[in-house]
Design a protein around this ligand. Structure first.
Ligand code: ARG
Length: 461
């Protein structure tokens, strides 16, 4: 049964009905639709559209419905109702007869869907924030556990300078912190209540919309009814938060896939999050990370498609906007799943310290420090860069590391190099040298870790 049959004499084409209906995906707004309906019934009471008794009856029927939908969605999905708003109303009419027909007074599915979706976004946003926090905590723990483990740092996927595994972990903590602040920012902007905006021009009942907004837990009521029903900025903003965060997760996944590769063998992922090959018995594949990397694509796709859908839409509500939900649900579910899986993988990852340190030692990753050594001896950096380049070339031709060159060999390039060069070329000295804020010196890592631990502890309370 449709809610708008009066104007029509013919029945909807079966295919059109399937095309038009949104219940199969907007059933996820059931809880929010019921909660918003309860608040609306109170608003109707305040303007004497409903009596006390009627409001109580409606509210109690809606509460029963809430228990039902929280328990089981199947009932909704079996229905032929057009969308979740129709479904809720039909249930009330079935149960309460004419009283059920009063609830839609002064309200439209346009302000209803806008309100439901924002309520849903707020709830989902809270869960996502938790998930970001959990992943951050996992990374900080992992960083603490591997505080002094040296790994090669890369640029252009070439070994560049040594860093620590903890520094790598904390780099992703930084990204997640930004993701979290972006999410919070967007949640605070969407915290305005559209209910009472009617179809587009506002409701004709003298409802206190600010009180209604507070009742639903919003910070305020929306200011303009046209905008309130047509606004989907929050959908795009949340999707873009998801997209950017997924790009961080996919970079992390790529790093870990490489670290886990046979060639690097820096880390080993647990059996719980890897899979085997049906043919090659030796394989242990980093599927979890590959899926995270892969799924970032669909999240970017949802964002792009929502931007396209909204582009050029005239005010106010248009049915095009029904397309907002599937992409949003999918993008945010995917983001949430990926955050959770990343946390599971990282909680159980083993770092192969011998491999990482050996790799950090190779690749002439101490060349910059040799150049800095010469700078300290008075050579201008550009000149020392040139000189060290020549020394590296010499060492490559000899197939030895810089620290394996004899003093005599060094002296062929410059008499300024003395015995103290060997200490400078050691891994620990290279790390120690980077004492400026944000660098890899042990005291900086300790400082960064303490700060991150404190932040997480503080935010939890
Ligand atoms: N199912 C619709 C949606 O998700 C609800 C709003 C319908 N409004 C309307 N005037 N047809 O957008």
């Amino acid at each position: 049964m449709a809610l708008w049959g009066g104007r029509f004499s013919g029945k909807a084409d079966v295919k059109f009905k399937m095309f038009n209906d949104s219940l199969r995906f907007d059933y996820r707004l059931a809880e929010q639709d019921i909660i918003a309906s309860i608040a609306w019934s109170k608003a109707l009471l305040s303007v004497q559209v409903l009596s006390n008794d009627e409001q109580l009856k409606l509210e109690s029927a809606l509460q029963d419905l809430l228990v039902l939908v929280l328990h089981d969605n199947q009932e909704i999905l079996n229905s032929t109702a057009e969308d979740i708003h129709s479904w809720v109303e039909i249930q009330l009419i079935d149960k309460l007869g004419d009283l059920g027909k009063k609830l839609h007074t002064g309200r439209s599915r346009n302000d209803q869907v806008a309100t439901d979706l924002k309520l849903w976004c707020k709830k989902k946003g809270f869960a996502l924030r938790q998930e970001l926090q959990t992943l951050e905590a996992t990374l900080v723990k992992l960083a603490r556990l591997n505080q002094d483990v040296v790994i090669p740092g890369y640029t252009h996927l070439q070994r560049a300078q040594p860093v620590t595994f903890s520094h790598w972990c904390l780099a992703y903590v930084e990204m997640l912190e930004r993701d979290k602040s972006r999410l919070e920012n967007c949640l605070s902007r969407l915290d305005t209540c559209p209910l009472g905006s009617g179809a587009l021009a506002g409701t004709a009942y003298a409802i206190d919309r600010t009180a209604l907004a507070y009742d639903l837990g919003f910070k305020s009521a929306t200011r303009n009814s046209l905008d309130a029903v047509a606004d989907r900025d929050h959908v795009i903003e949340l999707m873009s938060c998801a997209a950017l965060s997924m790009s961080h997760l996919s970079r992390m996944a790529e790093d870990l896939i490489f670290y886990n590769s046979g060639e690097a063998a820096f880390v080993e992922m647990s059996d719980q999050v890897t899979s085997g090959s049906s043919l090659m018995p030796q394989k242990k594949n980093p599927d979890a990370m590959e899926l995270i990397r892969g799924k970032s694509g669909r999240v970017f796709g949802s964002l792009a498609s929502m931007l396209m859908t909204l582009k050029g839409l005239p005010l106010a509500y248009n049915k095009d906007m029904q397309e907002d939900k599937e992409g949003l649900f999918d993008a945010l579910d995917t983001w949430q799943d990926c955050l959770a899986i990343a946390s599971i993988v990282l909680a159980d990852i083993k770092v192969n310290v011998e491999r990482t340190e050996k790799a950090a030692q190779g690749g002439y990753a101490n060349a910059t420090d040799l150049a800095d050594y010469l700078v300290k001896k008075g050579v201008p950096f550009r000149a020392s860069h040139q000189m060290v380049g020549e020394i590296v070339l010499f060492a490559i031709q000899k197939s030895v590391a810089l620290e394996d060159l004899t003093l005599l060999e060094f002296k062929k390039f410059t008499p300024l190099i003395e015995n103290d060069v060997y200490i400078v070329l050691m891994l620990q000295s290279i790390l120690n040298a980077r004492k400026a804020l944000g660098g890899v010196a042990p005291e900086q890592i300790e400082f960064a870790l303490k700060e991150a631990e404190h932040r997480l502890l503080h935010e939890k309370s």
